[in-house]
Unconditional design. Structure first.
Length: 274
């Protein structure tokens, strides 16, 4: 029923009120949607900022660790250099002097002291020089040296050698001759060990490796007052097929010892000249 006012006109107040109410309702809903969108946007911004902050923190931690690692490596290198200088000072010599005495050039790259490859157990008296082969064809002297070094982290076994001779005749010293290595089992306590690289599965040393092995062994014999009779193979201690070629070919081993004996004579003459 349509209401009329006193003048007889139809009343429209109720309709206007309804329209205003609907309008306000729509406005309120629109505001809520805008507020919701704004809230969602703010949430995304906060999440993005948190991600950026997290990335920055990770980068800062990474940079800090890198700096620490670099400083630590530098300190370790300096410590190794001091060890080498101390050893040379005590012996009154160094790589250049050793060459004058008959040794091949020796690159001193001492291992970091650790229980898996450089336990720093003193050798009271050197009685033998042991020859080994690496049993990993084609590997370099430094690759073998770095394998020994990495044992400090991997802990997979205990093994090392005083010297490693490479395929080009290069010689890398891993452990001072005054300390024990893990190479010759029961003879570790009184033996200086030499690992020799080889090109193939036969284990035969090429000419460069062979020549350096003869020179290094002879020089060590003279240094410690030994003869070629004190030169042994790993095989002679444990029966292990090492150095393989010189176990399986006895004539080659006899010849190698003869070559070492001849070089010892040369080195004694060089020593007398000094």
């Amino acid at each position: 029923m349509i209401q009329k006012n006193r003048s007889g006109k139809k009343s429209t107040g109720s309709a206007k009120t309804k329209r205003k109410s609907v309008s306000k309702s729509k406005t309120s809903a629109g505001c809520r949607k805008k507020s919701s969108r704004k809230s969602g946007k703010n949430s995304r911004v906060r999440q993005r900022n948190l991600r950026m902050l997290l990335i920055c923190i990770i980068l800062m931690v990474g940079v800090s660790m890198g700096c620490w690692y670099g400083i630590n490596n530098m300190q370790e290198r300096e410590r190794k250099e001091q060890e080498v200088l101390l050893e040379q000072e005590n012996s009154g010599s160094g790589p250049e002097q050793w060459q004058k005495e008959g040794a091949p050039y020796i690159d001193v790259e001492l291992l970091t002291p650790n229980e898996y490859s450089r336990p720093q157990i003193p050798i009271e008296s050197v009685k033998y020089i042991a020859i080994h082969y690496t049993a990993n064809p084609g590997a370099t002297a430094m690759a073998n040296r770095n394998y020994f070094e990495n044992l400090a982290n991997t802990h997979e076994t205990k093994v090392s050698s005083h010297f490693v001779i490479g395929l080009d005749g290069e010689v890398v010293q891993c452990i001072p001759t005054s300390e024990m290595s893990y190479a010759t089992n029961s003879r570790n306590v009184d033996t200086v060990s030499i690992e020799c690289c080889h090109q193939d599965e036969t284990g035969k040393f090429n000419d460069a490796t062979y020549d350096s092995a003869v020179k290094l062994t002879a020089w060590l014999c003279v240094r410690f007052g030994l003869t070629s009779e004190n030169v042994i193979r790993h095989y002679d201690v444990t029966g292990k097929n090492c150095p393989k070629y010189y176990v399986e070919n006895l004539d080659a081993w006899i010849q190698m010892k003869a070559d070492i004996a001849s070089q010892i004579e040369v080195d004694y003459k060089l020593k007398n000249i000094q």
